[in-house]
Design a protein around this ligand. Structure first.
Ligand code: SAM
Length: 265
């Protein structure tokens, strides 16, 4: 898969794609990620990329010509051109999975007050937003999309991810994870995780994934893939029962109560 990030600030993007898992994935030929300098597609001696908005108002807007020229130079059959835009379709894990099926993605990073609307309407195939907030530019959103997509490509994570249990896979949040030591600052790792009983561990993880999702992100449950056992757990939570109070770390209980649904409701 190839991902091009078209930006006025390639120097912001390059260090991120050169390091850690993304850097290694590129070295192994699993993904090809490039920062493309928008200024290379700007005409004239001054290579101007922005201009004042028609109709007045503060700030500058990215001009359409350089972005159209970049898209026309990069597009081949099978390319998907995505403009990063706070008004776009919400980027989720499901969208990341969908993009892994696209052989070539061109991500257009906006700047200043935004981008001439003709880019979204004509040059781009779609717009994506990484959340309901406004950042200073599209570089961080483009890197968010790139990272989330690249780590789903075959071979990129190797042994580093327990991808099937991860948050949002199957529509639930990930259950709690622990490593050594068994007791830290008085908080003990749930005993079931030390039991070696894989079936019990799997049940515990499923129950806790449901529990966390029910308390923190109940909106996800409507779209989650749930079986009869899952639904029984949810009914118990609705009646005020926790999955296994004895096995839930006190720190975890305290944290959840502060920013989740009130479990006693
Ligand atoms: N004036 C625009 C508005 O109110 O929607 C915001 C422009 S923002 C300061 C500049 C650029 O940052 C946008 O064109 C976009 O490329 C990028 N950007 C900012 N927040 C974003 C978000 N939540 N998702 C995707 N892109 C974003």
């Amino acid at each position: 898969m190839r991902i091009d990030i078209v930006t006025l600030f390639p120097e912001m993007v390059e260090p991120v794609i050169a390091h850690s898992i993304l850097g290694r994935a590129q070295a192994r030929g699993l993904v090809d990620i490039r920062a493309v300098d928008l200024r290379d597609y700007a005409g004239g001696r001054h290579r101007v990329t922005d201009d004042a908005p028609f109709g007045g108002g503060g700030g500058m807007v990215l001009k359409p010509e350089p972005l159209f020229a970049a898209v026309e130079a990069l597009r081949t059959p099978g390319t998907r051109v995505v403009l990063l835009d706070p008004r776009g379709r919400r980027f989720t894990q499901a969208v990341a999975a969908e993009l892994t099926g696209v052989p070539h993605v061109v991500l257009l990073a906006g700047r200043y007050e935004g981008v001439d609307e003709r880019v979204a309407a004509v040059a781009a195939d779609e717009t994506l937003s990484i959340g309901d907030y406004v950042l200073t530019g599209g570089e961080l959103p483009a890197l968010v999309v790139t990272d989330a997509v690249a780590r789903l490509l075959p071979g990129v994570l190797g042994g580093e991810g327990a991808a099937e249990r991860e948050s949002f896979v199957g529509g639930l949040l990930e259950p709690p994870q622990y490593t050594r030591p068994e007791v830290f600052r008085g908080v003990r790792v749930p005993r079931v995780l030390l039991s070696g009983d894989h079936a019990r561990i799997a049940r515990w993880r499923r129950a806790h994934a449901l529990w966390l999702t029910w308390r923190r992100r109940p909106d996800l449950l409507a779209e989650a893939t749930l079986d009869a056992e899952d639904r029984r757990w949810l009914e118990r939570f609705e009646r005020g029962e926790a999955p296994d109070e004895a096995d839930t770390a006190p720190a975890e209980r305290k944290r959840d109560q502060s920013h989740g649904r009130d479990p006693s409701r």
